[in-house]
Design a binder for this molecule. Sequence first.
Ligand SMILES: [Zn+2]
Ligand SMILES: [Zn+2]
Length: 408
Amino acid sequence: MSEVKEQIYLTVDNIKDQLFEMNDFIHDNPELGNHEFKAVKLLTDFLAKNGFSIEIGLAGLPTAFKATYSHLDGGPTIGFLCEYDALEGLGHACGHNLQGPSIIGAAIALVKNLRCMPAKIIVFGTPAEETTGEKVRMANAGLFDELDLVLSMHAGDRTDIDNKLLALDVLNFNFRGKAAHAAVAPEQGRSALDGVLLTFNAIEYLREHVQDHVRIHGVITNGGKAANIVPEEASAQFYIRANNRPYLDTVLSRIYDIVNGAALSTGTTVEIERIQSFDNIISIETLNKLLLKYASECGATNIMPREKTGSSDFSSVAYRIPGACLRIAFVPLNTPSHSRAWVEAGKTQKAYDAIIICAKALAASCYDLIYNPELLKQIKTEFLLEKERIQTSVNYYNIKDIANKPQL
Ligand SMILES: [Zn+2]
Ligand SMILES: [Zn+2]
């Protein structure tokens, strides 16, 4: 191991007690999305003490923050993202209490060992991952545009890279019909619930004619008030996912047709609300391998490839900028997140170990990328090529487009 890496690891070890205290405080004071004031104060105070300049409140989000450390002129700009929101009724059941300490440990170990290498290191605090996914708003505000690379961490039941995060859109369909007595004058009513039910049925037919990676799941959020009244209002919510944004957009276009068709068929109207929209992750093999190499060297357990995954607002950042999220095992294999088991593991030795392993692995990886600009360049090239491959792989025709094409 090089002497600099030893120094990086030593810097993390020297602040481990403060990192564990931060973890325990955040775990003991769970705060819901966009209300993580205590966590933000704790993390930014520690970053300020270590020479970072702090901005709290970004993109209209009171609990978003940016902590910047500039070292000499030039060099790459590297962003570390951390979350700190808890789950309603459960507390820290997704391990977000580990993220601030892990990321801050990495950032401090890195800036204290840059020596003659220029670089800018920015820690972003990103609120409300579990609810409103505010990284998207931060990305849309251009906050990450200056970054050459973005890194994040998440606790897990295994150590891996979150390289399969799906693109996601959350849609509400609000149908409006006409109320009438269901027995005396049904012919005068128009059922908003019929619009919802037709939507569900038509989506079942669509399901067969999309690529295998697409996931569509919905619930009825308002099915009417009483069986003896033709429902005037009815609503459904759908999650629609795919492993890439361009293909998901084609599925969305077909779903909009379905919903509008359901309204037309039932004599109702429909309003489509787009609640959330995440892009997919762009997986960069060279970066993933680098992070896992150091995670392994630093003692990570249960290292195995990612099989399945859901969606996260992190991928909306890593769709724009090369990046990766390192997951570090801290609970036994196959222990599901958002569970009591995760809450109970939040202050154990395994949680502390995960913080140290992650801080060291992220700092060591970044050191390599700053020291070796060619490696960072290779990662950027891989990112661009993979994104281009995804964008050109979608070859989709809507039958309407074909019908509307002028004949030769
Ligand atoms: Zn979660
Ligand atoms: Zn989480």
